[in-house]
Design a protein. Sequence first.
Length: 271
Amino acid sequence: MPELPEVETIRRELAPLVVGRCLVTVQFYWPPVAALPPADAFAREVKGRCVRAVGRRGKYLFLELDGSRYFFVHLRMTGQLHREAYPFSPDPHTRAAIVLDDGYALRFRDQRKFGRFYLVDDPERVVGDLGPEPLDPSWTPQKLADVCRHRRASVKAVLLDQHAVAGLGNIYADEALFVAGIHPCRQAASLTEEEVARLHAAIRHVLTEAIRQGGTTMRSYVRPTGTTGTYQHHRRVYRRAGMPCPRCQTPIQRCRVQGRSTHFCPHCQPL
Ligand SMILES: [Zn+2]
């Protein structure tokens, strides 16, 4: 599933391609992609609006349109945006085409069909409940401590909670906990001030590193230009069960936390 670094990579690649262009229409091949409003109204309301900026909030990508409209895209499990000459023929996984006025469109492919589009005048309607952005300077170790303090859940569960901090998913939660030397099953409330500070720094470190690598391509994530990310070659624990820890050579273990596959080094991340 695309997480913050993948969505940020998409944002950076799309911006020079779409800012200043206007939308001819959005063609829906599978109408339920349009979560708000329904497909017919969505296509009618975007028509002719121009793209002022491309933004990201958590794992949401958005086009800021003129007339104070925000076009949010959540890729969920398998969503992809790919820039292609238009018209094109829809393959079985093409759910929509965001048609621009330069002869190109963004093809939205989504094998699992969980991805959604939203068109709103107030971004809060879509992202109002999200927690802070982990790369924003205003996100301090104290803010992370505040969301851990009263939580009986595991620290991994807190990192996956988009209300606690926005944009982390399974890959970067596991990677950050390894870098911080914290076992994913530790109760969040049990972390010391020093551990929280280490985790805060580790989250920023792995996200920044992953953005520099253009994200992680292990399953379906592909950038709008068709290239792939390279963080998978630098990952430390994620999906490396049985392979040696990069720090101490102990085999990486896998367990399940809240139903999610979780990877850690039993030596570097003692419980
Ligand atoms: Zn280790």
